[in-house]
Design a protein around this ligand. Sequence first.
Ligand code: ATR
Length: 329
Amino acid sequence: MIRRRIGEHGREVNAIGLGCMGMSAYYGAPMAEKDGVALLHAAIERGVEHFDTAEMYGFGANEQLLGAAFHDRRDKVFIATKWGPIADPATKLPAGYDGSEANARRAVENSLRYLRTDHIDLYYLHRKDPATPIEESVEAMAKLVKEGKVRAIGLSEVSAETLRKAHEVHPIAAVQSEYSLFTRDYEADVIPACQELDVTFVAYSPLGRGMLTGVFSKDWKPDGPDFRAAMAPRFVGEAMDANLALVAEIEALAAEKNVNAGQIALAWVLSRGEHVVAIPGTTKLVNLESNLAAADLTFSNDEGARLENLAARVQGQRYNARGMGAVNA
Ligand code: ATR
């Protein structure tokens, strides 16, 4: 298994971590706690160390699940969580972003309690708050580092300019943003800036929210409230049809290499640089095992060339207009 460092002086972890969001929120019905705990324990046994969650994933439910699984084996895991987005307490609908120190302090205490730990290995600002200068949000996280509550600082979906400003205030260990065969928005500037500054780039949705694995079809219907049906234009109508035709190209290459399409997608992300790690999400052990096996896969130049122009042909944005307004910020 490939191991990569999180930040210039940070911990080395398995290059394929586990994105935990879908276990509690956004991708259909949440998992029962005992099933989630069993999957998280099985992930540790198979070598996963880097587990990614956030305050907003199920409004604490996902952090609580990780707390239930990890409180008695804290030294075996690297826990990343995030703060910043706020929700209306009554409706639980998104109510914008708050990057203030007061909100960082409120959020970190909740996260530590839910995660049943005294420290967070990597604490991200989940989205930049347009009303709070990035320097202020990073200074707030830097205080949490000094206080021992947080070991390293990250940012999510930021622009290269924001990353550079933030890095002046305190070393940034990681930038976490969407990156996959279908989403290459940050290749021009953020990913090179990460390399230059010794910041790890953590690729979320490396499987294109599942689409790149080939399990989606035109007739897909979610089994509960699902972000993809509600807020992801790529999963709807004609855009979905066009994108599934691109997935078929990945599946053709996968068949030639005797692997599956998701493994192609993950191996491709890891091939993009020594400072890139991936956190595919899954609720199923069989998929987790398949994903971990992708770390050993490599591509010839010809194979790489076949994957090169997929992203340019993808139809539909990765978020709705509101979501797109908060990225590259
Ligand atoms: P995110 O980072 O948002 O979780 P992702 O990692 O790109 O997104 O994709 C996650 C989706 O891919 C989930 O819907 C997951 O479904 P399961 O819970 O059913 O596994 C799906 N997925 C992950 N690994 C998979 C695999 N090996 N085969 C098929 N689907 C997979």
